[in-house]
Ligand binder design. Structure first.
Ligand code: N01
Length: 557
C-alpha cells in the first residue's frame, strides 16, 4: 500500500501530523523507534528533567477541548507530567492506531519512476508514501563522545538522553557525571540527593538561573483557559512563541516570582521569547544593578535588554552574574571553577536550574575541572584525570545531542539522482525555510534547520510547521500537482538570510561555541542553524509562499 503521508517520529510533531493529515482524509502512518509516543519526553527520563517553557504555553493550541480538559500541576512541568500529556493527546485523538512503534527508519529513498518515497526499517519492512514528513526532533540523537578507554569501564553507563525506563537505583553509589549543559545542570542536584558521592566532570561552566518552581494555582490555570484564543494569537505574534500573558483577575502571587507572564516567562530557555523588563544594564549604576538582582533574583540579569546585542553590556552582566555565584558557593576554589569566563550570557541555550549552585555546598559532591586538567582516560573502575583517579560505580554522560541535523542526516535520505542529504549538507545544512530541501521532492522537515525551531516554544513551532505542510499538501492535491521542492536560488537566498539575521547577535560572536553552531560535535561545520529573526518575521515568509502559490518552489504537475 502507498500511504499518502509517512511521518518519521511520534513526538509532538509526529503526533500532530497524524491528527492533521488524518483529519484531511489522507492515509497516514507514523514510524517511531520508541515503544510509545512523546519523543524527547519519552527518551529524556533522567532525574530532574523538566521543560524550560511554562506548561500553559508549552501545550497544543489546535484543540479547545484539549486545552480545557488538561490540568498542569506545576508552572514549569517535570518530564513525567509532559509525557502524561503526550499520552493523553494520543488517547484523546486515538492516534496510536496510525503509529508503528519499535521501528527505526534506516533509509529513505526517492523512487523517481513512481514518484514515491520508500522507507527501509530495522524490522525489514519497506513502507511507501507520496509525502514524507520528518518529525525527528531537533535534539534526538544523543552525543556520546569517544573518550579514551570508555569501553573498559565495568560499572553502569547511562546517557541522560537515553535514560532507562526502569528505575535506576543510585543509593550509596559513587556516581560520575560528564557534562554541565541543561541536562547535567537539571540532573546534578537530583543525582546528588540520591548518590553516595557525586563527581561532576565539567569542561565548560554554565550560566544558569533558578527556574520558577511554583505549583500551578487553579485560578491562574482557569484564567489561561478562559483566554486561550487570545493567548495563542499572542504566541504567534511573539518572537519566541511565548505569549507573555499575565493573569489579571487571579489573586496576585505572594512569592517573589509570578506564576506566568512577562517576568516569569522572561526566565525561560528562550531569550527574546518575551519583552523582558526593558531595563538596560549599561544605564545603571553598580548599586542599581545589585538591587535589581536582590529584588528579582538571578534570573533578572537575563531581563536586561542590552546584553544580547552589546558586548560591553554583556560583559557587565557576566561579571554581575559571577559576583552572585561567589556569594552562593561557599568554597571559593569550587566557586571560581563554576564561573564561566570565556563566553557570555546569551551565547548558548539559557539553562534553568533548581539548586544547582547550592548542590556544590554538599559534602557528597565534588567538582573536577577538565579545563584545568583534561580527562586522560576512562578506566575499568573510574575516570583518570591527571594524577587523580575517581572511582565510580556509575558513569553518566550528560553530553548533549547532535542537534538539528543529526537525526535527518542519520536517516540515510537519498533524493533525486541518488544525491544523499549527508552529501548535500556536508558543509552545513542547506534548506528553504527549514521546511524542504532541493533534490528531495515531497519531503518536509518539521522544525528543520533555518527555521525558528529551538529558538521558539517548540509546540508553537511544531504546530506552525505541520499546518504549513498540511496546507501545502492540500493545495497540491487540489491543483493536481505531483511534486514540490524548493528552487535552488530559494535555498541560497534563505541560507544567506538566516546568516544575516544571526550576525551581530551573541550567538555568533567568535567566543561562542554552542550546539546551535554545531560546535559540540567534532568535525561538524560551524554554521548557525536556527532562524533568529523571530516567529512573526519567519511567518511572513512561510505565509507569503503559501498565499502566492509557492513561488520559491518548483512544482510539477
Ligand atoms: O547538552 P549540551 P544538554 N568531555 O550540549 C559536555 C535541551 N534541553 O543535553 O560545553 C567533557 O548543552 C559539554 O561541555 P562543552 C536544551 O535546548 C532542554 O545539556 O562542550 N565534557 C557540556 O557541558 C539544551 O540546550 C532541557 O565544553 C563534554 C555538556 O557535555 C539541549 O537540550 C533539558 C564532552 C553538553 O551540554 C542540550 O542540552 C535538557 C567531552 N568530550 C536539555 N562532550 C530543558 O530544560 C560534551 N561535553 C527543557
Amino acid at each position: 500500500m502507498i500511504q499518502d503521508v509517512l511521518i518519521v517520529g511520534a513526538g509532538f510533531g509526529g503526533m500532530y501530523g497524524v491528527y492533521k493529515f488524518r483529519g484531511m482524509g489522507l492515509s497516514v502512518k507514523a514510524v517511531e523507534a520508541g515503544s510509545d509516543v512523546g519523543g524527547t519526553w519519552y527518551w529524556n527520563r533522567y532525574p530532574g528533567a523538566r521543560c524550560d517553557v511554562p506548561s500553559l504555553e508549552y501545550s497544543f493550541g489546535f484543540s479547545e477541548e484539549l486545552e480545557q480538559a488538561w490540568e498542569w500541576p506545576e508552572v514549569f512541568s517535570a518530564q513525567p507530567d509532559i509525557l502524561d500529556y503526550a499520552n493523553h493527546v494520543a488517547e484523546r485523538f486515538d492516534l496510536r492506531q496510525h503509529i508503528q512503534f519499535n521501528t527505526r527508519v534506516t533509509s529513505i529513498t526517492w523512487r523517481d519512476g513512481d514518484q514515491v518515497w520508500e522507507l527501509g526499517t530495522d524490522t525489514g519492512e519497506t513502507l511507501r508514501g507520496r509525502f514524507v514528513v520528518m518529525a525527528t526532533g531537533c535534539l534526538s540523537v544523543p552525543n556520546k563522545p569517544n573518550l579514551p578507554g570508555a569501553a573498559r569501564f565495568k560499572g553502569q553507563v547511562l546517557h541522560t538522553g537515553l535514560w532507562p525506563h526502569e528505575e535506576v537505583s543510585l543509593e550509596g553509589k559513587r556516581v560520575g557525571v560528564i557534562g554541565t549543559g541543561s541536562s547535567g545542570v537539571q540532573a546534578i542536584p537530583e543525582l546528588a540527593k540520591q548518590a553516595g558521592h557525586l563527581t561532576v566532570f565539567q569542561r565548560t561552566p554554565v550560566y544558569t538561573v533558578p527556574a520558577n518552581r511554583k505549583r500551578m494555582r487553579e485560578a491562574v490555570q482557569q484564567e489561561f483557559k478562559d483566554n486561550y484564543r487570545e493567548i495563542r494569537e499572542m504566541q504567534w505574534r511573539n518572537a519566541g512563541g511565548v505569549s507573555g500573558f499575565r493573569p489579571l483577575k487571579s489573586a496576585p502571587s505572594r512569592a517573589n516570582q509570578p506564576d506566568v507572564g512577562p517576568a516569569a516567562s522572561g526566565v525561560t530557555g528562550i531569550p527574546g521569547g518575551d519583552s523582558g523588563g526593558g531595563l538596560r544594564i549599561k544605564a545603571m549604576t553598580p548599586e542599581q544593578r545589585e538591587q535589581v538582582v536582590e529584588a528579582g533574583g538571578l534570573g533578572m540579569i537575563l531581563a536586561f535588554r542590552d546584553i544580547y546585542s552589546d558586548i560591553e553590556a554583556n560583559d557587565i552582566a557576566n561579571e554581575l552574574f559571577r559576583s552572585q555565584i561567589r556569594k552562593i558557593v561557599k568554597n571559593p576554589e569550587v566557586s571560581e571553577k563554576l564561573l564561566p569566563k570565556d563566553y557570555g550570557i546569551g551565547c548558548k541555550r539559557q539553562v534553568l536550574d533548581r539548586d544547582y549552585y547550592d548542590t556544590f555546598n554538599r559534602n557528597n559532591v565534588s567538582l573536577v575541572d577538565l579545563r584545568e586538567t583534561p580527562l586522560d582516560t576512562i578506566t575499568e573502575t573510574g575516570v583518570q584525570v591527571g594524577s587523580d583517579h575517581h572511582e565510580l560505580d556509575v558513569l553518566i554522560y550528560a553530553t548533549g545531542f547532535d542537534a538539528m541535523t543529526g537525526a535527518l542526516v542519520r536517516a540515510n535520505i537519498t533524493g533525486r539522482d541518488g544525491v544523499t542529504l549527508r552529501d548535500k549538507w556536508a558543509d552545513g545544512p542547506v534548506a528553504f525555510m527549514g521546511l524542504q530541501m532541493r533534490g528531495f521532492p515531497n519531503l518536509f522537515t518539521v522544525t528543520g534547520p533555518g527555521s525558528p525551531s529551538v529558538l521558539c516554544n517548540m509546540l508553537v513551532a511544531i504546530e506552525q510547521h505541520v499546518n504549513w505542510i498540511a496546507d501545502c499538501v492540500a493545495w497540491m492535491r487540489e491543483n493536481e500537482k505531483a511534486t514540490i521542492e524548493p528552487l535552488e536560488q530559494s535555498e541560497i537566498d534563505w541560507v544567506a538570510h538566516v546568516n544575516e539575521v544571526a550576525e551581530g547577535t551573541m550567538y555568533t560572536v567568535p567566543s561562542c561555541n554552542s550546539w546551535y553552531l554545531g560546535a559540540n560535535i567534532e568535525g561538524k561545520p560551524r554554521i548557525f542553524m536556527p532562524y533568529v529573526g523571530g516567529l512573526p518575521r519567519y511567518r511572513e515568509h512561510t505565509d507569503g509562499q503559501a498565499e502566492n502559490n509557492y513561488p520559491g518552489f518548483e512544482v510539477l504537475g
